[in-house]
Design a protein around this ligand. Structure first.
Ligand code: HEC
Ligand code: HEC
Ligand code: HEC
Length: 110
């Protein structure tokens, strides 16, 4: 009895993972992100969806050829190898406020 319950649980888990794996292949992630380092001094806006629809970049350019986690949290990597380096290479905007828009003076809800 116990054994068959365990087997059923194992099957459910396996099946669950298969379904989740299938769904992940379709997952495009968030459309917009705000990226910060641990210090959080200069958040960057990242229009993920705009990069996905751009014909200049592919998923693999970032997700295979770069370290997306590092690109989202490490200043030097984001500037020298990730975001800014690619912008420079492809002639996209490299002005600071492209990625770090100036804070609005009035903070909503404060
Ligand atoms: C210009 C670079 C870039 C491109 C192009 C890009 N992504 Fe991302 N993607 C990122 C970054 C950066 C993150 C955030 C990673 C983090 O916070 O750890 C992310 C996050 C994600 C996530 C959330 C889960 C995760 O891995 O953190 C998914 C899912 C995802 N991307 C799918 C895609 C798909 C599918 C495409 C192509 C249609 C794509 N991305 C194109 C940079 C990119
Ligand atoms: C692999 C190349 C590549 C990487 C990596 C990349 N970008 Fe871009 N990005 C582009 C290109 C190309 C454009 C211009 C869009 C176009 O011309 O299709 C762009 C446009 C933008 C824009 C302006 C969108 C607009 O409204 O015009 C922002 C903001 C931006 N990127 C932020 C980032 C940030 C932040 C990162 C890192 C997390 C990043 N990008 C990583 C290639 C890249
Ligand atoms: C193409 C996008 C892009 C451009 C252009 C860019 N940055 Fe960044 N920057 C990032 C990303 C992504 C990070 C890491 C996540 C974060 O903290 O915003 C970062 C991090 C930083 C940090 C670290 C903040 C902290 O919390 O420690 C500073 C400071 C900074 N950038 C300043 C600048 C300045 C000054 C310029 C112009 C000379 C510039 N950046 C241009 C994307 C960019």
């Amino acid at each position: 009895m116990k054994k068959s319950v365990l087997c059923a649980a194992a099957f459910t888990m396996l099946f669950g993972f298969t379904v989740a794996g299938g769904a992940m292949a379709e997952d495009k992630g968030p459309a917009e992100m705000t990226l910060t380092t641990e210090a959080g001094k200069k958040p960057a806006v990242f229009p993920h969806a705009a990069h996905q629809t751009s014909d200049k970049v592919s998923c693999d350019d970032c997700h295979k050829n770069l370290d997306v986690k590092k690109m989202a949290t490490d200043k030097d990597y984001a500037h020298n190898e990730g975001c800014k380096a690619c912008h420079k290479e492809l002639g996209a905007d490299t002005k600071c406020n492209t990625c770090h828009p100036k804070k609005k003076k009035a903070i909503e809800g404060c």
